[in-house]
Unconditional design. Structure first.
Length: 90
């Protein structure tokens, strides 16, 4: 066990990849065609996300871009309001 902590325990063979984190959010449409989502995590402007919606047993995936991320307080908790635009409409 001597010297065990001095040696690297992992390495990255390929640092390119995709991280998929699924969480449920409520989506609201604005009059100008943007989508508004309240999420527990902040996002950066220009981040590209995939928004999956479920309706009538079917799943629809839409690529969206973050226009803005603003902190908001809901029920004493800091959340983030994300303004999104669909990439196929941008």
């Amino acid at each position: 066990m001597h010297g065990r902590r001095r040696h690297q325990r992992f390495s990255f063979a390929n640092s390119d990849g995709v991280l998929q984190v699924l969480r449920e959010v409520a989506v609201r449409h604005t009059v100008n065609g943007e989508l508004v989502v309240i999420d527990g995590e902040p996002r950066n402007a220009d981040d590209v996300l995939t928004l999956e919606t479920y309706a009538d047993g079917a799943t629809t995936s839409t690529q969206v871009r973050v226009v803005a991320s603003t902190p908001v307080i809901r029920n004493g908790q800091v959340l983030h309001e994300l303004r999104l635009i669909r990439l196929n409409e941008a």
